[in-house]
Design a protein around this ligand. Structure first.
Ligand code: PLP
Length: 393
């Protein structure tokens, strides 16, 4: 059976071009980029090029890019770094209720250390209000950290406006752009972004490599002390092949972004509209505008997300849900609750996330298979009763 992979917001496949670009650095070109001999120098040059490629993709200088081990590390470094360095100036941070756990749990750690965090609400489409943000600002606010685009529902925040507010108040602005980089146009200079996190494996580079953009002039404390790598701020011999792969991946993603985002958005709408038409008692969780091209999230009432995932998997379809039973928690996703869904509707959420390898035939197959899965699950469900359905009419 052919596998249909629609969980690209969780991770993507390493593309062939990226793998081919990496292979020499896992085989013959194995020098340490910090060595002075030719074997080291050739790897150093390749890393320099990757840094240029990453910088060009987001509109900054190569000297403002720090390679890390991924999105979580970049988020931790930016947030805890600003807190450590500028905590004497103030102990208040503003974020949102729909951030990734890498941000939320970094903030929770800071709260234990005496920082105060305001988590902005979002509306039913997953957008923060710039007005709310302005109201939340205090004299002791040192950092605003708000994600560029949400990994569960796709909502893209008004980043330029948020950054403008931060700048006007002289507050640092960090954005977790892990879902946005390679998928949406970004220019950190034009957008007034001070720090930005990205992760290679969300745009067809390997897992375990990412980057943090830090605007020149902002000094974060060292993340790892040791050698002089990453200007001494994040020591350790570079993850050479992965860094080089990430450079190629980001360049390729930007090259096809315009056409690919149109194609993906059309597939996303076909999938969402088709499912909403075929399945009664559904809610579209992905906003209609200002949303990631490839993320389609909806809630199927009276069905558990986990059950849908297992049945989809049996038919060869990989998707994801906002129900977190497998992670040992009975609470549905914080994002689903933040957009105002009741627990039942939140537990019935399902996410299909598409990328360049998904085809229209795959969407057609999902449209054919998924409604019958829902029908079967509802027939078995004790909450799928006339009485319950009448209640939500
Ligand atoms: C995947 C993801 C992360 C974590 O990135 P890793 O590289 O897996 O650590 C952080 N934020 C968002 C929005 C993500 O989608």
């Amino acid at each position: 059976m052919k596998r249909i992979y629609t969980d690209n917001a969780a991770t993507t496949k390493v593309s062939e071009e990226v793998l081919n670009a990496m292979l020499p650095y896992l085989t013959e070109a194995y020098g340490n980029p910090n060595s002075l001999h030719s074997a080291g120098r050739e790897v150093r040059q390749a890393i320099d090029k990757a840094r240029e490629q990453v910088a060009a993709a987001i509109g900054c200088d190569a000297g403002e890019i720090y390679f890390t081990a991924g999105g979580s590390e970049s988020d931790n470094w930016a947030i805890k770094g600003i807190a450590r360095r500028y905590g004497k100036k103030g102990k208040h941070i503003i974020s949102s209720k729909i951030e990734h756990h890498a941000v939320l749990h970094s903030l929770a750690a800071l709260e234990k250390d005496g920082f105060e965090v305001t988590y902005l609400d979002v509306d039913e489409n997953g957008f923060v209000s710039v007005e709310d943000l302005e109201k939340a600002i205090r004299p002791d606010t040192i950092l605003i950290t708000i994600m560029f685009a949400n990994n569960e529902i796709g909502s893209v925040q008004p980043i330029e406006e948020i950054a403008k507010v931060a700048k006007a108040h002289n507050i640092f602005f960090h954005t977790d752009a892990v879902q946005a980089v390679g998928h949406l146009p970004i220019n950190v200079k034009e957008m007034n972004i001070d720090m930005l996190s990205m992760s290679g494996h969300k745009f067809n580079a390997p897992k375990g490599v990412g980057a943090l953009y830090v605007k020149r002039g902002i000094i974060l404390p060292n993340l790892i002390d040791g050698g002089s790598q990453e200007k001494g701020r994040r020591a350790g011999t570079e993850n050479t092949a992965s860094i080089i792969g990430m450079g190629v991946a980001i360049e390729n993603a930007v090259k096809v972004m315009e056409t690919e985002s149109k194609r993906l958005a059309a597939l996303r709408e076909k999938l969402l509209n088709g499912l909403l038409e075929k399945i009664p008692y559904c809610r579209r969780n992905t906003p209609k505008e200002n949303t990631l091209p490839g993320v389609a999230n909806l809630s199927i009432r009276f069905v558990e997300g986990e059950a849908m995932l297992l049945m989809l998997d049996m038919r060869g379809i990989c998707a994801s849900s906002g129900s977190a039973c497998t992670s040992g928690s009975l609470d549905p996703s914080h994002v689903m609750l933040a957009i105002g869904l009741d627990h039942g509707t939140a537990h019935g959420s399902i996410r299909f996330s598409l990328d360049k390898y998904n085809t229209e035939e795959e969407i057609d197959y999902i449209l054919e298979v998924f409604p019958t899965i829902v029908e079967r699950l509802r027939e078995m469900s004790p909450i799928w009763t006339e009485e319950n359905r009448a209640k939500i009419q």
